[in-house]
Design a protein around this ligand. Structure first.
Ligand code: 4NP
Length: 165
């Protein structure tokens, strides 16, 4: 039994959606007292923004909802992430497709589509890319991610009890 469960959130640029997912899930995990038990990170399928902080609009909206993205810097997804993480969670289907190309098929059972696998709104299975849109898109991202994060945490909590005791 592993001593820790590790979760990696993935989008295209790792400056909007996956940093938001990292920040939201980190806060929910901390509020549940499980910071030591769940390792959380995020990455992008592209290298467009490597080393950059989260997009200003994502940071601002996240902050308004009570989430801090300030420590996050963009990094590119690497093949080694397939071995390192227990769950690798895509924001949209294009991300999932790219993840399947980069990560060995031995680890494909770890690859998830965030809203399809955890979201409660059956009408949408992708977190829409907010990068080229207006501020409402960033609010929508936070709401979708909060919902799926609750379900993800609820799924992991019993596994963590098994890890701890
Ligand atoms: P993200 O959003 O994948 O949610 O981080 C984007 C960020 C940057 C670009 C596209 C999407 N871009 O084309 O630079």
């Amino acid at each position: 039994m592993p001593s820790q469960i590790s979760v990696l959130f993935v989008c295209l640029g790792n400056i909007c959606r996956s940093p938001t997912a990292e920040g939201v899930f980190r806060k929910k995990v901390a509020d549940a007292g499980l910071t030591e038990q769940i390792f959380i990170d995020s990455a992008g399928t592209s290298a467009y923004h490597v080393g950059e902080p989260a997009d200003q609009r994502s940071s601002q909206v996240a902050k308004e909802f009570g989430y801090d993205l300030s420590a996050i810097r963009s990094r590119k997804l690497v093949a080694e992430d397939g071995e390192k993480f227990d769950l690798i969670i895509a924001m949209d289907k294009a991300n999932l497709n790219d993840m399947e190309s980069l990560i060995s098929s031995a680890y494909h059972d770890k690859l998830k589509l965030f809203l399809a696998d955890y979201g409660s709104d059956n009408s949408t299975d992708e977190v829409p890319d907010p990068y080229y849109g207006g501020s409402q898109g960033f609010v929508n991202v936070v709401r979708l991610i909060e919902d799926a994060s609750d379900a993800l945490l609820a799924e992991l909590e019993p596994q963590i009890s098994a890890v701890k005791y």
